[in-house]
Design a protein around this ligand. Sequence first.
Ligand code: GDP
Ligand code: MG
Length: 800
Amino acid sequence: MAALSENLLVTVNKLQDLVFNTIGNDSLDLPQIVVVGSQSSGKSSVLENIVGRDFLPRGSGIVTRRPLILQLINVPSDRHDRPEGDEVHIPHTAASVAGQYEWAEFHHVPGRKFDDFAMVKQEIEAETARIAGSNKGINRQPINLKIFSPHVLNLTMVDLPGLTKVPIGDQPSDIEKQTRALILEYIAKPNSIILAVSPANVDLVNSEALKLARQVDPMGRRTIGVLTKLDLMDHGTNAMDILSGRVYPLKLGFIGVVNRSQQDIQSGKSLSDALHAEVDFFRHHPAYRNMANRCGTQFLAKTLNTTLMSHIRDRLPDIKARLNTLMGQTQQELASYGNKQFSGKEHRGSLILQLMTRFASSFISSIDGTSSEISTKELCGGARIYYIFNSVFGNSLETIDPTYNLTISDIRTAIRNSTGPRPSLFVPELAFDLLVKPQIKMLESPSQRCVELVYEELIKICHTCGSQELLRFPRLQAKLIEVVSDLLRERLGPCSTYVESLISIQRAYINTNHPNFLGAAAAMSSVIQNKQEQDRRAALVDDRRKREKKRLKELGALNGNAPASPEDEEEQSEPKAQSIPIRSQSGRGARSMSPHFGKGQEGGVTATLNGSYTNHQATFGTANTTRDSFLNYFFGKDGTQNATALSQLPNQSRQYPNTNEISASNGIRRPDLRSPVIPVEDLATPVEYPGDVGASLKEDSEAALSEREVMETELIRRLISSYFNIVRETIADQVPKAIMHLLVNHSKDVVQNRLVSELYKEDLFAELLYEDDGIKAEREKCERLLDTYKEAAKIVGEVL
Ligand code: GDP
Ligand code: MG
């Protein structure tokens, strides 16, 4: 039983060592004896007596100012003449047992063995002052001291500052509160045995030690009462009532001791002498001699030892359970750092491969929107790419004005230049080509911006792909990002080149045969329709005026007054505003170039010419001029073609069944810039257009020419808008497809292979698996902790 007990304590000491040395905190809450009592009650004296050595600082006032965790470790004597009779073992002085090796070690001075106990005392003083300062303040950080001796029983004890009621000197005013809190912290632990020291020469009801102990151990289950200074009791009084447990009930009882008096210390009385004297005191004291074997320091030491043993035995299951909990927690923490061993070469490779694969699939799933960590706060990944295509790119295309920067004079100049010295025969195709190409070029910048935005988004995605585990390997993460960024950058060039060529392709051939292209006929007829509308209104006004004039004449004839010239009024009443057709920035519907201008004339086709031709007869009177123009194709030289007919068949006008004419200028079919074929029945319709305009045109040839040019200019404008809308629609469709194919999908497809081929190289492994210092330290600390707990569990397991 005794052997087992000793074993237990060895176990607990080992655990204590393990815990204190590796963890530095008291998470295991190991059993220990905590000494409490008021100032000068004799706590330090009791401890010294138990150890059998002078090693604790003494003096007036508060000397013990930091907790002292004192581990007594029994080491076998190396001499065969070592003292026997363990029952009452009296430690020898260093001199008396020369060769018996006793020494002390401080946790804060690792590796140094103190065999001079005067030095131990000094070290305690110095260490106390180092942390708690040289004033009289206290500090809760413990000093850890081990004493190895053949003369001690295995015990772990804690010496605490004594309670003082009144601060003295420069002690803080709340010194009592501080001390009380510190003491309570130690004795409140259920695994502590409380050694409540009370001096026998003070009434027990005033014992601060018992008052404190009762707070945390009201049933007196783990409190041992120690009565000091029995030698100082008044003559004729004794502490028998207390020692027998009749005054104050404690399960573990009271033990009386006699320590050295202050005088003994000053006179240099050795501890061994004092212990002998103590034994004599109890053996010869009239009151205590019958219970002498249950009194004194040696009995106290033994009692403490056995109490501690049984306490430890009681507590071991709890300790085991606690250890298991701690191990589980630590294991979990460790796992969060990536609890993978990767020392082996194959191991490192597979770890890298695994992290790489995870990175790649995270990249892909972020784009696909299948990532598990989808943000609800902002658009991310694939959704942002869609947003870029649809909203950013779409809108930036929409806002382009097809005739931006194209002034009337630009167009006029282009028309004039393209016809050369000859008058233009048809709609000046060259001018149209010349003018529409730079406009198409305007689509390039938003398209390239779209490529860049998607590229930037992909870069952003690859920066957010790292898993928690990857944080542990910052270099690997940086490399993964670098490789993916390189890949994306590589694709950026081809993608933007392709997009550039998409625009160039559009500029390479102006396909006026496109089914959605408005065409000259439609554009013209829309102009004409407009014009007719206006003419009708003008005719009505004219009619009214004539009737008015007639009435006025009649009235004038009656009154003899001449009326004002009606021609002047006519000039003023004509609307003067000339609307410039600029494509309104509008919704999607506006973009589609509808040839069905007959119904509603929505979007870009709706631009009208109203009120700009005060002399419509001059405008449409080109039939009789010597100068041919494309207008002839609408109205015919003989004036048999009917403009109204054109406006009535918008759908047919774009089918052009037999328009196989080859444009003289470039040999490419250009049917709809020429005259559309008009169905016969429409051609038969009577001409409404006045045939007598030739005369007025000749009269004012300069003005008539400019009118014509305005007409041409407006036509070109409309045609440019119409054509531009077609191209815009194509680009809006093609660019996102190109980006998806050349940049996004390609990157997705090759990312895994690229990562492997770039990074899966043995000579890179060490570098890539370089661990972040902070996380590494944390993980290693965690690993050590886990090892400690495992070791502790093993130690505990061996005992039971
Ligand atoms: P602590 O402040 O509780 O650690 O008390 P100490 O151990 O420093 O003792 C305070 C004073 O009381 C010292 O001068 C000791 O010599 C003296 N003292 C302690 N115990 C006894 C005892 O049992 N008998 C006598 N006569 N003096 C004692
Ligand atoms: Mg003390």
